[in-house]
Ligand binder design. Structure first.
Ligand SMILES: [Zn+2]
Length: 80
């Protein structure tokens, strides 16, 4: 198996390209990016239609960012 498991991705939030079409929304796992003097593993999502890219060290976090799910509510400060 040379292909990575592809997570479910929503349509591009910017140009609405089909998120289930890997030729439009490219998911790339285990890229090595140069960061602060060393190569680190990274996941990327790239929209081939409008060129927007997201990168994250963790696949789950990257998919969550792309799919637009809210972060934990604890991150937000509320003036009760
Ligand atoms: Zn797009």
């Amino acid at each position: 198996m040379s292909e990575h498991t592809r997570p479910h991705l929503r349509d591009c939030p910017f140009c609405h390209a089909d998120g289930s079409n890997d030729e439009k929304i490219n998911f790339m796992g285990n890229l090595m990016i140069y960061n602060g003097g060393e190569y680190v593993a990274s996941y990327s999502i790239l929209c081939a239609d409008c060129g927007v890219q997201l990168h994250d060290e963790y696949q789950d976090e990257l998919v969550r960012l792309w799919n637009g799910l809210p972060k934990d509510k604890e991150d937000e400060e509320e003036a009760a």
